[in-house]
Design a protein around this ligand. Structure first.
Ligand code: NDP
Length: 286
């Protein structure tokens, strides 16, 4: 216990925890369900009470697992799910949303995101999202994997300014959004939800966690390099990071990262090691 997780204001005013929990690839292995449920529940107890899922994840299995984990606890979390682009129009979104609600064992989502931009016209998706909100099926909506040009287009539509959040890839090794997307959203009071804040796994992550600037900060804080990545990702106050973890140990380490306050010197050293781009780069997408 004893973690103090900061709060981030969504466009529209509600505050949520700056650290939440992702669920991609959770629920895929039936033998691991018990452990994954325990991990999610521990994370909620530790204050990471924003849970991010999607109809895509395991074709509904992740949502079902989240539903199981939240039995009797629905009201203690801020629940986020996403609709596939091909389901994000009049013909399918209402059924998609209903099925997500059923798997999650709830009557409403706190936030419903368009997973990425597809062929359905944005106007139509916005209209459907607004309808779902009127019906009380969702409290608010947002988007994911939208670059600055997409956000401008969205903002120009009727109702488009009610978009609460944009969920995009962001970690120390992928800072493209700092060039224009993050400032554009900051001006409008709309936070970024950072996915893959631990840079997933593998070589890319190793390049970050083994870098002397990260290792040095980790040693100074008695923390792990991954905790430094997380603390770094939420340093600005308008980013919500949603690391995915499937054990209580990992979840606990992640929650504790919220305690770390990086000094200006440490942030500058990380800046030197992994500078943000000085010109526009297209949004990184997984
Ligand atoms: P992350 O960057 O969160 O990394 C997850 C990996 O890190 C897992 O292998 C996990 O292992 C491991 N891990 C977590 N905590 C620790 C720890 N303390 N120590 C060591 N290893 C750890 O990757 P994701 O891609 O999963 O991103 C997070 C979430 O963002 C997703 O789950 C999903 O909800 C969302 N997302 C959204 C996308 C979109 O298009 N909108 C795209 C990609 C992700 P283990 O499971 O064994 O704990």
């Amino acid at each position: 216990r004893g973690t103090t997780i900061g709060r981030v204001r969504l466009a529209g005013g509600t505050e949520v925890a700056a650290l939440g929990q992702g669920t991609w690839r959770i629920g895929d292995n039936p033998r691991r369900w018990g452990e994954e449920i325990a991990a999610l529940q521990a994370g909620v107890e530790l204050g990471m009470n924003l849970i991010d899922t999607a109809e895509m994840y395991g074709e509904g299995r992740a949502e079902s697992l989240v539903g199981e984990a939240l039995k009797g606890k629905r009201d203690s979390v801020f629940l986020v799910s996403k609709v596939y682009p091909h389901n994000a129009g009049r013909a399918r979104i209402f059924r998609s949303c209903e099925e997500s609600l059923k798997r999650l064992g709830t009557d409403r989502l706190d936030l419903y995101l368009l997973h990425w931009r597809g062929r359905v016209p944005l106007e139509e998706t916005v209209e459907c999202m607004e309808r779902l909100a009127e019906q009380g099926k969702i409290i608010r909506w947002g988007v994911s994997n939208f670059d600055t040009a997409d956000m401008r287009e969205l903002a120009a539509l009727a109702g488009g300014s009610r978009c609460a959040v944009n969920q995009v890839l962001y970690h120390l090794g992928s800072r493209g959004i700092e060039y224009d997307l993050l400032p554009w959203q900051r001006e409008r009071g709309m936070p970024i939800m950072a996915y893959s804040p631990l840079a997933q796994a593998g070589e890319l992550r190793k390049g970050l966690t083994e870098h002397p600037a990260v290792v040095q900060a980790a040693e100074a804080h008695g923390a792990s390099p991954l905790q430094i990545l997380l603390a770094w990702s939420i340093r600005g106050g308008n980013i919500i990071a949603i690391p995915k973890a499937s054990s209580v140990r990992h979840v606990t380490e992640n929650a504790q990262a919220a305690r770390i306050r990086l000094s200006d010197e440490e942030i500058a050293a990380l800046e030197d090691a992994f500078p943000p781009p000085s010109r526009k780069v297209p949004l990184d997408i997984i």
